[in-house]
Design a protein around this ligand. Structure first.
Ligand code: TXE
Length: 487
């Protein structure tokens, strides 16, 4: 059995307690993890506070910080195969995806490495003759970065990269489900040579570890990815210390196909949108909204592609859909699918868990036309696509926006003017036209409504980890004037 450690103040240790991690492909225990409790959280935040104000980190130039980030990026790239294997082992995410994603994670660190010394204040054209006024962008403080199980290294990188570029220090909390890759990543942080306490990596359970971290008075900003219910709890906790928050939550993203679309291309994108990552993706295009005249043809294409998907062990490069991360997640999907069928949804393909060991659930398509289907409303976080049809553009928009979420959306059409209209009318943080699931360190990422607030990726993300200091310098040698007149 493999044994992992937490990383606090530049030192690896076993944590206050231990818990077992299951291999989702077999359901058997495969590794032992360190469980951070309140005392560990307190130590980690205090180490990050120390590193923020004292020692090498605050004295370092932004360029030097960038060089450390470049070194980290190179280490991530060099160790990508090992990290990918760990992520696959611990979360069930297929190796084909983890290998590609972790290699790309290195580019996120490179983007923010280059950005570190481009974060600038400004000189103001102030309306007073005897003053020079300028602003400085300073690190917001200690950042708590909390991630869920899906794509842990990726979801951590979009927080760690900009936060370090901005000069912050962090306590990163890996999910209790599949923390191995992030705990291992801490070894690369150590090897890269970051001063102790700058980046601490712990894991543990929500009520003990997560809650202690988000309530800690030493935390200035919480960057959170997870479910909306947990996010509400996080925001309530943050209120105690008035910490700022950025929240990247779930979605129920519409995937809209017009009759004039290239159906073959749209079907491939829809497969990527809902069955990649076994559907455990915040941007999953889980609501197919298809023009009625092509519904049957498009569903036939999708059914054929879904049934050709290779379900298998996640460490096999040929596997296309692996197990879900947890038995709990699979039980949730089974419950919602059963309720949807009960409500009248028709199973086009899939619809019941795969027999045998591991937490497998097959690619599933539910025809929900004319049905009030829970699967069309709730985020399932699994390989389940719910389908409805429309007959007018207005109806397509109304269906797309009929959700409390607003993370992503896809529009498939060859009609340029319609595509532009859809961009304006859809309420979501991302609109993909004739493509789906594309991401980049250069492009902002985040949602509307219950999908959260704040953006990850791009320049703005780094600025979110700064606060502005305004400096006033009086250039006159005359005595300070009348103290009772505002100037
Ligand atoms: O997330 P949680 P879970 C959605 C998806 C999924 C559901 C629940 O629908 O089925 O959320 O997933 C930590 N204070 N998404 O249970 O519980 C927890 O330990 C502070 C969408 O995994 O939100 C973990 O590290 N932290 C999504 C992290 O929060 C707390 C990704 C996420 O856990 C805490 C994941 C607390 N009180 C799930 N309680 C996306 N956008 O990709 C828990 N945590």
């Amino acid at each position: 059995m493999q044994r992992f450690q937490q990383y606090i103040d530049g030192v690896f240790d076993d944590g206050s307690a231990r818990f077992d991690s299951l291999d989702p492909a077999t359901g058997a225990v495969w590794a032992s993890m360190p469980e951070a409790r309140e005392a560990d959280v307190d130590r980690a935040v205090k180490a990050a506070e120390q590193a923020l104000w004292n020692g090498a980190w605050p004295a370092m130039t932004a360029t030097a910080r960038g060089k450390l980030l470049y070194r980290l990026a190179d280490l991530v790239q060099a160790n990508a195969p090992r990290l990918a294997e760990l992520e696959t082992r611990d979360t069930g995410k297929i190796i084909r995806e983890t290998s590609a994603q972790i290699a790309y994670v290195a580019d996120y660190y490179r983007y923010y490495a280059g950005l570190a010394d481009k974060i600038e204040g400004s000189t103001l054209s102030i309306d007073k003759a005897d003053m020079d006024v300028w602003t400085r962008r300073e690190p917001v403080g200690v950042v708590a970065a909390i991630v869920p199980w899906n794509s842990q290294l990726f979801l951590a990188a979009v927080k760690i990269g900009p936060a370090l570029a901005a000069g912050c220090t962090l306590v990163v909390k890996a999910s209790e489900d599949g923390p191995a890759p992030l705990l291992e990543f801490a070894r690369l942080v150590h090897e890269a040579g970051f001063p102790k306490g700058v980046l601490n990596v712990i894991t543990g359970f929500g009520p003990s570890c997560g809650s202690a971290l988000t309530r800690h008075p030493g935390v200035a900003h919480i960057a959170f990815t997870g479910g909306p219910a947990t996010a509400s709890q996080v925001v309530r906790n943050s209120a105690e210390n008035l910490a700022s928050t950025s929240l990247e939550l779930g979605g129920k993203s519409p995937f809209i196909v017009f009759a004039d679309a290239d159906l073959e291309s749209a079907a491939n994108a829809q497969v990527a949108g809902i069955f990649a990552a076994t559907g455990q993706s915040c941007v999953a295009g889980s609501r197919l909204i298809v023009e009625h005249s092509v519904k049957d043809a498009f569903l036939a294409l999708l059914k054929q592609k879904a049934e050709a998907i290779r379900i298998g062990t996640p460490l096999d490069m040929a596997t296309e859909v692996g197990p879900l991360c947890t038995a709990r997640q699979r039980a949730h999907i089974e419950t919602v699918v059963a309720a949807s069928v009960e409500a009248g949804a028709k199973v086009v393909t899939g619809g019941s868990a795969v027999e045998g060991d591991g937490f497998y659930y097959p690619p599933t398509i539910l025809d929900c036309d004319g049905v009030q289907s829970p699967s069309f409303e709730q985020e399932l976080f699994g390989p389940v696509l719910s389908v409805v049809s429309f007959t007018s553009e207005d109806q397509a928009v109304a269906l797309a926006n009929d959700t409390r979420y607003g993370l992503a959306s896809g529009v498939f059409t060859q009609n340029l003017t319609r595509a532009h209209r859809m961009v304006k009318r859809i309420r979501a943080g991302i609109v993909w036209i004739n493509t789906y699931r594309a991401v980049s360190p250069i492009a902002p990422f985040g949602g509307y409504g219950q999908s959260g607030h704040g953006r990850e990726g791009g320049m703005a993300a780094a600025l979110d980890f700064t606060r502005t200091k305004t400096v006033w310098l009086r250039t006159s040698d005359e005595p300070f004037p009348d103290p009772f007149v505002m100037r």
